[in-house]
Design a protein around this ligand. Structure first.
Ligand SMILES: NC(=O)c1ccc[n+]([C@@H]2O[C@H](COP(=O)([O-])OP(=O)(O)OC[C@H]3O[C@@H](n4cnc5c(N)ncnc54)[C@H](OP(=O)(O)O)[C@@H]3O)[C@@H](O)[C@H]2O)c1
Length: 242
């Protein structure tokens, strides 16, 4: 299969790209740090790997990525919208805050828009979106906005496409050990666990998978007792200021 994965220069994306190549797929990888693809390029060669340098906040670069991928390996069978960034508090004073929405949500929507015509014509295809538990539990304002948005997009698109032969899956991880969380002192799962899940989804698509599964308890608590989340946040704020 021809699989396009964004944000494959580190973390979940890189390890998933390796696993896909190892499984014998043709893979297009994209990110800004092109030099990070050197190892994959020397291991798998141009027959299996296309590496594209792209800033996915920019529409023309998204379009270019899609056209380069299609002209190299043919129509895309699977799109994995993985690229993402998070930002700390103070988004309203951060001039680059909108990058979070542009990359985490809008780039995924635009790439889906580009791959869908071929998928629908061929009556087959799979779009896998990498969301987050932050798409269930509001934690970081714009990051949660992007992941709630991506979750809504993914679940609704899946329904829109029921019966078309095109599948849509959402992966919602809790904390994963990557550059994104390097400063967080919390329990984390290795990114390989998410890669394994993505490979399983290729065989058996699912609407959404929360990984690790114990985050389902947190999500249920948030839904039933949202005030408890407020209490925890307030308590942390008071400890930080005391
Ligand atoms: N780590 C976690 O705990 C966690 C939890 C839940 C969900 N997630 C989600 O998992 C996905 C992967 O994140 P990760 O944890 O693997 O973090 P990561 O190691 O920081 O990877 C982020 C990837 O996104 C790419 N990226 C960032 N800005 C980009 C841009 N403007 N254009 C193109 N690519 C860009 C980065 O590549 P370049 O910098 O080279 O462009 C990198 O390859 C994200 O969607 C994230 O929200 C992560």
């Amino acid at each position: 299969m021809h699989i396009l994965i964004t944000g494959a220069s580190s973390g979940i994306g890189l390890i998933t790209a390796e696993a896909l190549l190892e499984a014998g797929h043709q893979v297009t990888v994209a990110a800004r740090r092109y030099d990070r693809f050197a190892n994959l390029q020397s291991m798998y060669g141009p027959e299996f790997l296309l590496a594209v340098k792209a800033d996915l906040r920019v529409d023309t670069e998204l379009d270019n990525l899609f056209h380069e991928a299609k002209s190299t390996f043919g129509p895309i069978d699977v799109l994995i919208n993985n690229a993402g960034v998070s930002r700390g508090p103070g988004w309203h004073q951060d001039g680059r805050a909108m990058d979070v929405l542009q990359l985490n949500l809008m780039a995924a929507v635009r790439l889906s828009q580009l791959v869908l015509p071929d998928m629908l014509e061929r009556k087959q295809g799979h779009i896998i979106n990498i969301g987050s538990v932050a798409g269930h539990v509001p934690v970081s304002t714009l990051y949660s906005a992007s992941k709630f948005g991506l979750r809504g997009f993914s679940l609704a698109l899946r329904r829109e496409l029921l019966g078309s032969g095109v599948h849509v899956s959402l992966v919602s991880p809790g904390f994963v050990e990557t550059d994104m969380t390097s400063k967080r002192k919390v329990p984390k799962i290795p990114p390989g666990k998410v890669a394994e899940l993505i490979l399983r989804l290729l065989k058996r698509p699912k609407a959404e998978v929360i990984i690790p599964a114990y985050y389902k308890i947190l999500i249920a608590l948030e839904r039933i007792f949202p005030g408890f989340g407020d209490f925890l946040v307030r308590r942390r704020q008071m400890l930080e200021t005391s």
